[in-house]
Design a protein. Structure first.
Length: 500
């Protein structure tokens, strides 16, 4: 057995590097316990958030953030070895006792541990960090197909204090030769394992407490105060190792290395989640019967009643509300409200001295006492009316009975304890093709290791009185919020001034 000195290595999280090296006794977790007379010591450098300059349109956006200590901590990592020739399981080791020893001159975060000793050979190496699960598969293909249905079964994850599950991309460490170095026998064989979090991060906030709405002549007619949000269509399962594919249809490919376990192709390339091929292009009858999605959008009933209560409060920037969630991606024609991860915002609507009452003589009178505002108000042409009769008089018709009020862009709002309620929906964009009528590949998606910072920067129109629950409604369409969206894998995508 070779005697070794302690060493350091580094683990990259976005711009920061974190390092882990560990010592495991011969035999590992397969329990063989054989003596490794021909063993070599291996230093594993565990890195995360690599910058891939070849595929920036999907994988990178030039900017990165380190994240919080909970987000970059590595408490333990399980390393799996598969024989590169037979593709059969060889060994697995648990790296534990990782201790942070400080930061280097560049601000890189360093963890210190002992070394690992393994027999010489050629291996495909895979790593899962911060997980108690053991993936027991003799065949490499079955191992890569593993779906975790339990770790993050609660779709909206708030507590990551135990560490975020991370894995390497399966193509990164194929055919790794582990052999003694010639010359100095004390030199380590260094194997770099690039990790990425299996969770995405959503930061949600608003630039101001209240937003003013003005008419075409810049005259104030209402104020809107977003005061709550709820994230919808949150996946419950994830592939332990990220799957990708080039797709033009919902025909599932034959998964193979290295084709489907690396970077996303810039042309028709998708990240594929375990439910991807269940998301039919016609989502009319999709009801989430198998409960794959937590907070299914189609269950929403336009009130704060079950199943979505309470809405979470929205913080003014620079503070954000943060949750974490799993991959949720869809073929471009199937990027619809029934499948995509989105946010329902609720808001208080306050008319600005423009609520009218119909007098007996047929004239419209301004209601100056807000305590006399009705339970239901009707919006038309930048003003509000307290009755169907007053609305009809404003439109210039005898009655609204049997009339399609959509042609007049009429909206009806109900009073709540806080005031009149309105709602906005926003579907999370992974990348914008800047064509509001053309659905782009991977345009609406949530992808692991990306940070989606969603900031309400302005409100340009009144929200809806209720929330549209048609699962077949495309995500691309006319909306009213103006959002500053920065997508980061803890990589930053600066998609500013998105109009919803």
């Amino acid at each position: 057995m070779i005697s070794l000195n302690r060493n350091f290595c580094v683990l990259l999280f976005s711009a920061a590097l974190i390092c882990a090296c560990a010592r495991i006794e011969p035999g590992g977790e397969n329990g063989t316990g054989e003596t490794l007379a021909d063993g070599v010591s291996v230093t594993f450098c565990l890195q995360a958030n690599p910058v891939d300059p070849l595929t920036r349109s999907v994988e990178d956006s030039y900017s990165h953030v380190q994240g919080t200590a909970d987000e970059y901590q590595v408490n333990k990592a399980r390393v799996y070895f598969y024989d590169s020739s037979t593709k059969l399981f060889a060994k697995s080791f648990l790296l534990s006792g990782l201790k942070r020893s400080g930061s280097d001159a560049s601000g890189n975060i360093v963890y210190e541990a002992e070394h690992v000793q393994v027999p010489q050979g050629t291996y495909d190496i895979f790593v899962v960090a911060n997980s108690d699960r053991v993936i027991s598969q003799e065949n490499e293909a079955d191992f890569l197909a593993d779906v975790d249905k339990n770790t993050y079964a609660k779709g909206a994850i708030d507590d990551i204090s135990a560490g975020v599950v991370m894995t390497n991309r399966a193509i990164d460490n194929l055919g790794t030769v582990i052999a003694k170095k010639s010359g100095n026998s004390n030199d380590d064989v260094v194997i770099k394992i690039v990790l990425e979090r299996v969770l995405a991060r959503l930061d949600i906030g608003k630039r101001e407490e209240t937003f003013s709405l003005t008419d075409k002549n810049s005259k104030l007619y209402a104020r809107v105060t977003p005061d709550g949000y709820y994230v919808v269509n949150l996946a419950r399962h994830y592939y332990s190792f990220r799957h990708t594919a080039v797709l033009n249809s919902l025909e599932e490919p034959e998964w193979s290395l290295p084709t489907n376990f690396g970077n996303v192709s810039d042309i028709d390339g998708y990240v594929v989640d375990p439910y991807f091929f269940n998301k039919k292009i016609d989502a009319t009858n999709f009801t989430n019967a198998d409960k794959y999605y937590e907070h299914f959008f189609g269950d929403y009933n336009g009130t704060e009643a079950a199943p979505w209560t309470p809405f979470k409060p929205i913080s003014d920037t620079p503070q954000y509300n943060t949750i974490y969630c799993l991959d949720n991606c869809t073929l471009a024609p199937a990027q619809k409200n029934g499948y995509s991860t989105g946010i329902v915002f609720k808001a208080i609507l306050e008319p600005y001295n423009n609520v009218y009452h119909l007098n007996a003589d047929g004239s419209l009178e301004l209601i100056t006492d807000k305590s006399k505002y009705p339970e239901v108000i009707y919006y038309f042409n930048y003003n509000f009316y307290d009755s169907p009769e007053a609305l009809a008089a404003a439109i210039g018709i005898s009655s609204i009975s049997g009339v399609d009020l959509d042609q007049y862009q009429v909206r009806t709002y109900m009073m709540s304890d806080e005031g009149y309620r309105c709602y906005y929906t926003y579907w999370i964009r992974h990348q914008d093709n800047y064509k509001n009528t053309v659905m782009g590949v991977m345009e609406f998606a949530v992808v692991r290791n990306n940070l989606y910072r969603i900031l309400i920067s302005d409100v340009s129109a009144l929200g809806d009185a209720n929330v549209d629950v048609d699962p077949d409604l495309p995500d691309e369409g006319q909306t009213y919020l103006k959002v500053v969206l920065n997508v980061k894998p803890w990589i930053v995508r600066d998609l500013t001034n998105i109009v919803l």
